[in-house]
Design a protein around this ligand. Structure first.
Ligand SMILES: NC(=O)c1ccc[n+]([C@@H]2O[C@H](COP(=O)([O-])OP(=O)(O)OC[C@H]3O[C@@H](n4cnc5c(N)ncnc54)[C@H](O)[C@@H]3O)[C@@H](O)[C@H]2O)c1
Length: 359
C-alpha cells in the first residue's frame, strides 16, 4: 500500500493506493464521519464492485445507502445533483453524514459537487474506478456539473477527506477508457517528470497488460505530481494551469466532435499539436514534438486530427479557441513544452502558426 499526501493545510488528505477496496470501511474509521454514508455510483460499477465496498463499510459499522445515477456524461448535471440532495433529505442525512463517489470522473465530479453544496458542505470520499479518475479527476478538488450551454460550467473547489484507489478494478475497464487515462499520465511526463516519460516508453507492454507493479508506479507517480502542483496552487492562480497542457486544442476537438470523443483522446492530439507549436515558436527543438508524438502513438492513442472520423475544419477549432480567449479575458494561454519534463505558460504564441498546423 502506498500513501500520497495532498498538503493543503486543514484540508490536507491522503490518497491510499493498493488492494484497498475490501478494507475501505476500516480505512475510513479515523475520519470521524457520522454513521450514515451515501454511496453514489452507477449500475455498471455497482454490479462489478458494489457488494465488496458495501460489505466492507457495513463491517466497519456504517449504515450505507446507495444512490444510483445512470451511466453517462449526460447525467452529470444539476437535475441529478438535485436527485442526490432529495435522497439525502428523505433519508435524514445531516452535516456529518458522508458521501462516497464510487466511479469514474463523471460520478466523482457530480458527487463532489453535491457534497460541496448539500448543507453547505458534507464530508466526501473519492473511490475512483477508472484510470483517468485515479490519475486526474479524483485528486485536486475540482468538482462540478455540466450546463446545457457548456461543460463543467457549474462547480466548486472542494477537497475530499480521503481518496482510496484500488488498481485491481482496472481489470474490467474497457481498453479505450484505459488509454484515455494514459493520455493524462503521458501529460505528467511532459509537463513535470522526464523520468516518468522515459518509464512510460520503456514499460509500455507491462503497463498496458496491467502488471500490478507497473500500474501502481504509474498511478502513484501521477498522484504525487498532481498533489505537488495542487498543493502549490490549489485554485489555479498560476502554476496549476500547466495541468491544461494539450487541453486548449483538446477542448476545441471535444467541442467539434460534440463530446463523442473520449477526453484523453482529444488531449492526446492536443498535446502533439501544442508540442509542434512550441517548436515553431522557437521554444524547443524538433526532438520534443517527435518524442511526444512517438510515445502517444506507442500507446495506440491518436496523434493527428486526420485520425478522427471527421477531421474538424481549422476555422471550427479556431472559433472555440477564440471563445476560450474571451472567457480568459484576452489571449488564450498555451502550455508549451521547452523540453520533456518542462513547460511554460505563455500568451506569446502566433495565431497564424497555429492555424497552419491545424489546417
Ligand atoms: N475534476 C477534475 O479535475 C476532472 C479532470 C478530468 C476529467 N474530469 C471529468 O471526468 C469525466 C470523465 O471521467 P472518466 O473518463 O472516468 O469517464 P466515466 O466516469 O464516464 O467512466 C467511463 C466509463 O467506464 C465505466 N467504468 C468506470 N469504472 C469501471 C471499471 N472499473 N470497470 C468497468 N467499467 C468502468 C463507467 O461506467 C463509464 O461507462 C468527465 O466528466 C470530465 O469532465 C474531471
Amino acid at each position: 500500500m502506498h500513501i500520497v499526501k495532498v498538503s493543503l493545510g486543514d484540508r490536507s488528505y491522503d490518497i491510499e493506493i493498493g488492494s484497498v477496496l475490501g478494507e475501505a470501511g476500516a480505512r475510513l474509521r479515523n475520519l470521524e464521519l457520522g454513521k450514515k454514508i451515501a454511496l453514489v455510483t452507477n449500475p455498471t460499477i455497482k454490479k462489478l464492485y458494489g457488494q465488496m465496498l458495501v460489505d466492507s463499510l457495513k463491517e466497519a459499522g456504517f449504515a450505507v445507502m446507495s444512490i444510483d445515477i445512470p451511466d453517462g456524461e449526460q447525467y452529470k448535471n444539476l437535475d441529478w445533483a438535485n436527485a442526490i440532495y432529495t435522497a439525502l433529505l428523505i433519508n435524514g442525512f445531516d452535516r456529518k453524514s458522508a458521501l462516497i463517489a464510487f466511479g469514474g470522473g463523471v460520478i466523482g465530479d457530480l458527487t463532489g459537487f453535491a457534497a460541496a453544496t448539500f448543507m453547505r458542505g458534507v464530508p466526501f470520499i473519492q473511490v475512483p474506478t477508472t484510470l483517468l479518475a485515479m490519475v486526474d479527476s479524483s485528486v485536486g478538488g475540482k468538482t462540478g456539473v455540466n450546463h446545457p450551454m457548456g461543460k463543467n460550467m457549474i462547480g466548486s473547489f472542494y477537497q475530499p477527506k480521503k481518496v482510496l484507489m484500488d488498481q485491481n478494478m482496472l481489470k474490467s475497464l474497457p481498453k479505450e477508457e484505459l488509454l484515455s487515462g494514459m493520455a493524462e499520465v503521458i501529460k505528467y511526463g511532459v509537463i513535470w517528470d522526464r523520468s516518468l516519460f522515459e518509464y512510460l516508453g520503456n514499460n509500455r507492454d507491462r503497463i498496458l497488460s496491467l502488471d500490478p507493479d507497473a500500474v501502481t508506479h504509474v498511478i502513484r507517480r501521477s498522484c504525487e505530481i498532481k498533489a505537488d502542483i495542487v498543493s502549490k496552487d490549489e485554485r489555479e492562480g498560476g502554476l496549476r494551469a500547466i495541468l491544461n497542457y494539450g487541453h486548449t486544442i483538446g477542448h476545441a476537438i471535444e467541442t467539434a466532435e460534440n463530446y463523442t470523443i473520449r477526453h484523453g483522446y482529444a488531449v492526446a492530439i492536443g498535446m502533439v499539436y501544442a508540442a509542434h507549436l512550441a517548436r515553431n515558436t522557437g521554444l524547443c527543438d524538433a526532438s520534443v514534438p517527435d518524442r511526444v508524438e512517438s510515445l502517444i502513438a506507442a500507446y495506440g492513442l491518436p496523434t493527428n486530427l486526420a485520425d478522427l472520423s471527421r477531421k474538424p475544419a481549422a476555422a471550427e477549432l479556431m472559433s472555440t479557441i477564440q471563445i476560450d480567449k474571451k472567457a480568459e479575458g484576452g489571449k488564450v494561454k498555451f502550455i508549451l513544452p521547452k523540453n520533456i519534463g518542462e513547460v511554460v505558460i505563455t500568451k506569446e504564441w502566433d495565431e497564424q502558426q497555429l492555424q497552419e498546423l491545424i489546417v
